[in-house]
Design a protein around this ligand. Sequence first.
Ligand SMILES: Cc1cc2nc3c(=O)[nH]c(=O)nc-3n(C[C@H](O)[C@H](O)[C@H](O)COP(=O)(O)O)c2cc1C
Length: 351
Amino acid sequence: MLYKLLRPLAFALDAETAHRATVTALSLSPTLPLPRFAPELEMEIAGLRFPSPVGLAAGFDKDARCPDAMLGLGFGFVEVGTLTPLPQEGNPRPRLFRLKEDRAVINRMGFNNGGQEDALERLGRRERRGIVGVNIGANKESADRVADYAVGVRRMSAVADYLTVNISSPNTPGLRSLQAGGELDELLSAVRDARPAGGPPVFLKVAPDLESGDHDRIVRAAIDGKIDALIVANTTVSRPSLRSDHAQETGGLSGRPLKQLALEQLRQFRSASGGSIPLVAVGGIEDADDAWDRIAAGASLVQLYSALVYEGPGLAKRIAAGIAGKLRQRGFAALSEAVGSSSTTPSRRGS
Ligand SMILES: Cc1cc2nc3c(=O)[nH]c(=O)nc-3n(C[C@H](O)[C@H](O)[C@H](O)COP(=O)(O)O)c2cc1C
């Protein structure tokens, strides 16, 4: 309700200015107690217990300034980052665009962040509560990108409930080539060697712009590399038909126009993995129907970012409540029973 009133104000500002103001306000706000969720929403993967399957995707809180505020607002887990070993400015502004008519966002931020050391200190000061994942990447100018990921794993393990190896941002030139065969094996073996004993699980975040054959190969590499879950997917460089003036901006597209592609990619990963590695779905999730479609297609958890811009912070709680309602309606005693329940047949929306 409050967000409906504030949204015109936020939309009057340039998108990045509005975003920065939001993160600052959240970082200064008093920490709310963690919400209680319906017990059947609990999901255990990679040795972690998620109280709700609805998480905040990476990129909203790149510098880990407000994870506790976001947990307090109703996210079952929060992923901060992408954090690179060294601080970097990212691309020149403007680099973030709202596509209002399409309920979408295009960004070419380019991993702007204050670096891992800063975030490490900030995360180290907080009281550990809720699940906070740390998404790591490579610096644009790095001479050895694989080494950057190893540094990130070693450095951030102490403060992360899980780590995400992000090789899927379209805004760092050449980064996504780390998804290719030989490079991926080399990267995942360096990541495996860098993991401290007793350290957090490691997730791998992939792009939605993959070709047939890529899914089998990535699943195999992830399992061989002891990756604990796949996050499907990052923003797309493709441009389905869009109405907004900003449609042709360079960068990654997210929000509603990514929905079908992200769901299709999730299905491909489910079929390639047969459930042998947990999947986290992200891309265009706006409501409980979308979240349910992903769970039924094989996702154990979901994440969102762009829909927050349009719907406001109450969205995570609304989606969680909607999923709990669907579980009850369909007679599932626990969320885990619903995962992959329609992986061969389409789900029944709204029923
Ligand atoms: C402004 C913006 C910045 C993002 N930055 C990152 C990032 O730093 N690291 C990352 O892994 N994903 C990043 N993402 C991608 C999101 O985490 C998510 O995968 C994508 O936006 C699809 O989800 P959505 O449609 O719910 O937004 C960013 C997305 C947006 C819109």
